[in-house]
Write a protein that binds this ligand. Structure first.
Ligand code: 5GP
Length: 221
């Protein structure tokens, strides 16, 4: 994987700034934003910073069968449920999307998302690639943002440095990461995570002020 520190923090695929005539809503009407990217890239740090600095954005809280990490709070970071409860939510159609990731299941509760969107509140989902694809199909007006690491080496370093997962889990997450990295072009836009503050600034601009997207360039690989 090529080093990306040269690329600035934003690159855009073809749909950025597109109008309704090409089948996509203008950015100003894309109230639902999906943030995705490989495990370890820093999505949850970005989300934590958004939560702190931008309470006007509503962050969906996912349901997961994964066990809580130290410091994670039920109802804040995730709703931690067992497999039976997850099965029930799927069967009842209560999840907008769901996917299995590295041996656990994760899903987005449907109703709160639809409610926030109906209220016109900028809404963010932080989900994996499979989930992003499902949202693309069911809500094509959503803006899909890919968070990329400055380099593959950096991603591996961050994943190991977290120190919360055993080696086999890290290996599964890295394998999933390679697949996620290969899917970058499916997203509307890529933000390279060189700085959490920059990524948050860009995300807020995208979600609340479409004019904030001014320095878009096509990604060079
Ligand atoms: P983690 O276990 O590190 O919190 O999350 C693992 C992966 O699951 C991350 O890529 C994260 O974005 C993804 N994820 C978290 N919540 C959801 C969700 O509701 N749906 C889907 N599809 N993926 C999720």
């Amino acid at each position: 994987m090529a080093d990306r520190s040269w690329s600035g923090d934003v690159s855009a695929h073809e749909t950025v700034g597109a109008g309704a005539e090409d089948g996509f809503l203008p950015l100003s009407e894309r109230r639902l934003t999906v943030l995705s990217g490989p495990s370890g890239v820093g999505k949850s740090t970005v989300v934590a910073e958004l939560r702190r600095a931008h309470p006007e954005v509503w962050l969906s809280v996912s349901v997961t069968t994964r066990r809580p990490r130290p410091g994670e709070v039920h109802g804040v970071h995730y709703y931690f449920v067992d497999g039976d409860e997850f099965d029930r939510l799927v069967a009842a159609g209560e999840l907008l999307e769901w996917a299995e990731f590295a041996g656990n299941r994760y899903g987005t509760p449907r109703e709160p998302v639809l409610k926030k969107l109906a209220e016109g509140v900028p809404t963010l989902l932080e989900i994996d690639l499979e989930g992003a694809r499902q949202v693309r199909r069911s809500m094509p007006e959503a803006l899909l943002v890919f968070l990329a690491p400055p380099s593959w080496e950096e991603l591996e370093k961050r994943l190991r440095g977290r120190g919360t997962e055993p080696e086999d889990v890290i290996a599964r997450r890295l394998a999933a990461g390679r697949i996620e990295m290969a899917a970058e072009s499916e997203f509307d836009l890529t933000l390279v995570n060189t700085s959490v503050q920059d990524v948050c600034r860009r995300l807020i601009a995208l979600m609340t002020d479409p004019q904030g997207v001014t320095t878009t360039t096509n990604r060079e690989v």
